[in-house]
Design a protein around this ligand. Structure first.
Ligand SMILES: [Mg+2]
Length: 272
């Protein structure tokens, strides 16, 4: 039976066959550009129905955990992922874990950090007024300047000004550049730390993580040979495997679902 539709890398498919045989697994992914196609207006994103269905089906299998780790705020992510079911959600690059973790959201950002964020947001807002289409998004632990909708000829200038807006806060904020975004965070959280928390929380023996952007490299960076790292699209990466696009992700998740279903049915020890 062919379950590899759209995912043609035989090495990746062979790796998936080994991954699904681990006792406890975590299937995790970024949201934008992986589970949902990138769109101009970040408010208009929608998860791919096939990928979301495969993730929900995976949560129904024994010892099989699923998490979505995004740079978006947790509230934003919950909206796009609804109904969330048994999928764990982590927002703001790991600064916000959903209620299933019984941890405080944002482990205490200080009054000073709040002030820095307010000032920086105001500065980015001023930059935004100079470029039609620019968006400034406040998050609980950070602020993101989106310039995807700015005219292409002005994008590098907009990005430069957004970078410079953070100059006087370089000791208080962490800046990361993604696909047509400049992001600032006061929490120091990253997706690598988030994956480590998730791995520990669910007791995973093997972690699969998929991502498409610069911030996902922190996630790939904490994965070992026991894990599976998948970069979506082009660009330099620490990931061991690569697929082309969001449709390939759906095919890959379906392959994981079929293989894991078979693996757990063949292993009486994994029931429950
Ligand atoms: Mg992404």
């Amino acid at each position: 039976m062919s379950v590899a539709l759209g995912v043609r890398d035989p090495a990746l498919l062979a790796r998936i066959e080994r991954f699904v045989r681990a006792d406890v697994v975590l299937v995790s992914s970024d949201f934008d550009g992986v589970l949902s196609p990138l769109v101009d207006d970040p408010g208009m994103s929608a998860g791919d129905a096939g990928s979301l269905a495969a993730l929900h089906a995976l949560t129904q299998l024994p010892n099989t955990h699923v998490a979505v780790v995004s740079g978006r705020s947790l509230a934003d992510l919950e909206g796009f992922m609804a109904p969330v079911g048994a999928i764990h959600l982590v927002g703001s690059h790991g600064a916000e874990f959903d209620d299933s973790f019984k941890r405080p959201v944002i482990d205490g950002i200080t009054a000073t950090q709040r002030k820095v964020l307010a000032e920086l947001s105001a500065k980015l807002g001023v930059v935004g007024t100079e470029f039609a289409g620019a968006l400034v998004e406040r998050k609980p632990g950070g602020v993101t300047f989106h310039y995807r909708m700015v005219a292409e000829s002005l994008q590098s200038q907009a990005a430069e000004l957004a970078r410079r807006a953070g100059d006087s806060y370089s000791h208080q904020v962490q800046m990361t550049e993604g696909k047509l975004v400049v992001e600032y965070s006061v929490t120091g959280a990253d997706k690598g730390q988030a994956l480590e928390v998730l791995r520990h929380f669910v007791g995973a023996h093997s972690v699969l993580f998929m991502g498409d952007d610069v911030t996902d490299e922190y996630g790939f960076g904490v994965l070992t040979d026991a894990d599976v790292s998948v970069k979506v699209g082009g660009g330099d990466t620490k990931a061991k495997y690569r697929v082309g696009n969001v449709a390939n992700v759906t095919s890959l998740l379906r392959a994981v679902l079929v293989a894991r279903t078979r693996a757990v049915s063949q292993s009486p020890a994994m029931e429950g």
